[in-house]
Design a protein around this ligand. Structure first.
Ligand code: CA
Length: 457
């Protein structure tokens, strides 16, 4: 997949880089700008493949993450929060649109095949950046995109005024010996980078905040940490010397680099006196990739790519000064699909275009609602699928019958209740089938290694 990027970028260069800029001058946007003074800034931070239990506030004892922990201490931690998909690209598609990505066939990551030339977020699906830009926000993406390589599907054509990062699934953290880090992209131009990638993202995020301190902004800071290939720097690796397992130590040092980058963003918000009017959200795009890293999903079964909790339940933190009571733990079932509806409601974005599948979390984070006890979430990855409703979770692997778990007593999904509660199985299956019938078949990618493991793995 990585090999495709330079070819695609050459197409991007051939097209004018004017779409994002020209939208600023529409009358609607000028109106938005005048109204935008009181609008909060949005900083949406995503980790890549972070284990569920790999930051302090989630229970990690061996990895210091004071800055991520600070977001939770000063805001809310959601304990039943889910990604839209256990895979990178569809997860990000759900996050940025607030809609099930299967609605447009975005069920898999793209593969390096000809049939994947269709890959990319379609223009009919507005991104959160486009929605916020329409009411006057300045928008920036720092980090990983993974929602399209063709020019019209790249960040500066999908609502981001600024982009610094890379388009694909993964990227080397630095040049190392004969292996080059590979170019980064600024806007639509390839540029070289001398810092380690996570430190470079910190620099860019801080710069974006400083440059836009006097106007409402949306910063999407999408780390590739802690996705492989892990390439921790020597100083941070040295600071993790108390961890005996060398692979866990490498992983921990990578988490620490991300935490420090997040600290730099929180610090510049403080320095610019923006903390009080900036909502900071933090989540992982999917669960820990425990087959390729020494990540830990704690008590959860399963890994990235699976629909067991370890693949889709993610750390999810929201700091919202004046609205979220510091140190709040929220048990309501929530989804990354809720981010776009929540943020747009708060920013006063008119409800235009396709409707959200997620919900506005404002009543939940304000404490005025415990959330719907019947909140239902759906997943489908090829022949595997799952539905969560209330505390029930029905999960179908690519072989055998669906298994039923009561997550209120069995978060590890160890005790299959399907034989005992055939009524619940039938009802949830019917509900999932109704949802699935409204989705499109996959338009790219294919079922790979993920999803085939059993709960015991
Ligand atoms: Ca990921």
């Amino acid at each position: 997949m990585h090999r495709l990027i330079p070819a695609v970028l050459s197409i991007a260069f051939a097209l004018p880089h004017a779409t994002a800029r020209s939208q600023r001058s529409t009358p609607a946007n000028r109106t938005g700008l005048s109204q935008a003074i009181s609008r909060p800034n949005i900083v949406l931070i995503t980790a890549d493949d972070l284990g569920y239990a790999d930051v302090g506030v989630q229970g990690a004892k061996d990895i210091p993450t004071p800055n991520i922990d600070r977001i939770a201490r000063e805001g809310a931690r959601f304990t039943n929060a889910y990604a839209a998909s256990p895979l990178c690209s569809p997860s990000r598609a759900g996050l940025l649109t607030g809609r099930y990505p299967q609605r447009w066939g975005h069920e898999f990551n793209p593969g390096p095949t000809k049939s994947d030339s269709a890959f990319g977020l379609p223009s009919t699906e507005p991104t959160l950046a486009e929605r916020l830009k329409a009411v006057g926000y300045t928008t920036g993406l720092v980090g990983k995109w993974h929602l399209g390589y063709r020019a019209q599907t790249t960040p500066t054509y999908r609502g981001f005024d600024e982009f610094y990062g890379f388009l694909g699934a993964t990227h080397r953290y630095r040049s190392d010996g004969d292996q080059r880090m590979g170019p980064m992209v600024r806007g639509t131009k390839l540029v070289s980078e001398s810092l380690d990638i996570t430190d470079a993202f910190a620099r860019e995020a801080v710069s974006f905040v400083k440059a836009n301190a006097t106007k409402p902004f949306f910063l999407y800071l999408a780390f590739n940490a802690v996705h492989v290939p892990l390439m921790p720097d020597a100083p941070r690796l040295g600071r993790m010397s108390s961890i005996k397992d060398p692979e866990r130590r490498r992983y921990a040092a990578t988490v620490v680099a991300m935490d420090e980058a997040i600290g730099a963003v929180l610090s510049v918000l403080d320095k610019e006196r923006l903390t009080g009017r900036t909502i900071v959200l933090f989540a992982s795009d999917n669960g820990g990739a425990a087959l390729s890293t020494k990540s830990s999903n704690g008590a959860l079964s399963g890994v990235k790519g699976q629909l067991l909790e370890g693949g889709v339940r993610v750390p999810f933190l929201v700091r919202w000064p004046g609205t979220v009571k510091p140190g709040t733990a929220v048990q309501a079932t929530v989804s990354a699909l809720d981010v776009a509806p929540t943020v747009t409601a708060l920013a006063g974005v008119p409800a235009v275009g396709p409707s959200f599948d997620g919900v506005d979390l404002a009543p939940v984070v304000r404490g005025s609602s415990a959330g719907s006890p019947e909140r239902t979430l759906y997943w489908r990855v090829g022949t595997t699928w799952a539905i969560r409703k209330g505390s029930w979770k029905l999960i179908k692997f690519n072989d055998g019958s669906p298994r039923l778990y009561d997550l209120s007593t069995d978060v590890a999904e160890r005790h299959d209740l399907a034989a005992k509660r055939r009524d619940v199985v039938a009802a949830l299956r019917k509900e999932w089938e109704r949802w699935s019938s409204r989705m499109q078949p996959p338009k790219w990618g294919k079922e790979g290694w993920m999803g085939v493991l059993t709960p015991e793995t």
